[in-house]
Design a protein around this ligand. Structure first.
Ligand code: PTJ
Length: 262
C-alpha cells in the first residue's frame, strides 16, 4: 500500500508496510505481524520516541558489546525487515558477528534473510550452514539450532526482538544477553543482563551513534558504565516512568481533540 504522506500516522504505517512486505517475501514469520502489533502498543505508551531510560540502557549495551571478546548479534525476521542495514553497521562498529536464528525456522526464510543481510553489506552470515550447527540442549524448539562459531561460543549476544525461552537458556549457558524489547515485563526483558526498552527502529541507529562515541573511550570507562547498570533496577525505573507518563496524561496533558469541533 502506498502510505499517504499527510496521514497522521504515516511513519507508523510505513513501518507496518515493511513488516507486511517482509512477510510476503518470506523474511517475516506470520507471527511476526502479531509481535509487531504488540510492540506498537507498547511504543504508544512510551510515546513513540526514545525515553531517557532507554538512552541509559543503550549506552550500557554498547559499552558491554565493545568490551565483549566474542559478541554476536542474532537476527530474526522482524529485525531483518526493519533494520538490516543498521544491524550490519552496528556489527561492524562493535566487531560482532551476525547470526540468523529463527523461531519459525524454514529454509526459504533463512535464504530470504540471508539475501537481505548480504544486500545490507554483511559478508559473513552465521547460523545457516548446517556444517556448523549445534544445539542449545535446554530448548526444544527450532531456536535451539545455533552456530558453533557464533552464538554457541559467544560471550555477549544481542537479541533484538526475542521470545523469552532462548534468553533464559542462554543465561543458563553462562552467556550475557542484551535484548531490545518494547515489553518491559516479558521474560526476555527480565532475564537479560541489559534490556533496552525501545523500538529497534530507533534503538539500533542510536546505538550506532553511541558506539562511535564510546569507541574512543578506554576499557576502564566502559567497565564503569557497565558496572553502574543494574537491569532489574533499570526495568523498575522503566515501569515507573511509563506509569508516570500515563498518570500525567490522565491528569491533563491529554488534550481532547473533539473540543476543536465545538
Ligand atoms: O523470525 P522468527 O521466526 O525468529 O520469529 C520472530 C518473532 C518475533 C515472531 C518471535 O520471536 C516471537 O514470537 O516473538 P514474541 O514472543 O512475540 O516477542 C516479541 C517481542 O518483541 C514482544 O515483547 C514485542 O513487544 C517486542 N517487539 C515487537 N516489535 C518490536 C518489539 N520490540 C522492539 N522493537 C520492535 N519494533
Amino acid at each position: 500500500m502506498l502510505v499517504p504522506e499527510d496521514h497522521p500516522r504515516a511513519e507508523s504505517l510505513r513501518i507496518r508496510e515493511k513488516i507486511i512486505e517482509g512477510m510476503h517475501n518470506s523474511i517475516v514469520a506470520e507471527a511476526g505481524l502479531i509481535a509487531h502489533g504488540r510492540g506498537e502498543a507498547f511504543d504508544y505508551i512510551i510515546g513513540e520516541k526514545t525515553p531517557e531510560f532507554a538512552l541509559k540502557q543503550q549506552e550500557a549495551a554498547v559499552a558491554f558489546l565493545l568490551l565483549a571478546e566474542k559478541p554476536v548479534i542474532s537476527v530474526n525476521g522482524n529485525v531483518a525487515a526493519l533494520c538490516s542495514k543498521e544491524i550490519v553497521e552496528l556489527a561492524e562498529l562493535v566487531e560482532a558477528s551476525i547470526e540468523i536464528n529463527l523461531f519459525y525456522r524454514k529454509s526459504d526464510r533463512e535464504k530470504a534473510i540471508e539475501r537481505v543481510l548480504e544486500e545490507a553489506g554483511c559478508t559473513e552470515i552465521l547460523g545457516i550452514d548446517p556444517v556448523y550447527h549445534t544445539y542449545i540442549s535446554e530448548l526444544s524448539h527450532l531456536r535451539r539450532i545455533v552456530d558453533k562459531r557464533g552464538i554457541f561460543s559467544a560471550d555477549v549476544v544481542l537479541v533484538p526482538l526475542e521470545d523469552g525461552d532462548r534468553t533464559m537458556a542462554l543465561r543458563k549457558m553462562g552467556k550475557n544477553v542484551i535484548s531490545i524489547d518494547l515489553n518491559p515485563l516479558s521474560r526476555t526483558s527480565l532475564w537479560s543482563n541489559i534490556t533496552i526498552v525501545n523500538n529497534v527502529i530507533r534503538a539500533v541507529p542510536e546505538m550506532i551513534e553511541k558506539a562511535k562515541e564510546l569507541k574512543t573511550k578506554d576499557n576502564l570507562d566502559l567497565n564503569k558504565i557497565v558496572a553502574n547498570f543494574n537491569n532489574f533496577n533499570s526495568l523498575k525505573e522503566t515501569l515507573s516512568e511509563l506509569s508516570k507518563r500515563l498518570e500525567e496524561l490522565a491528569k491533563g496533558e491529554l488534550k481532547d481533540p473533539t473540543k476543536k469541533m465545538k
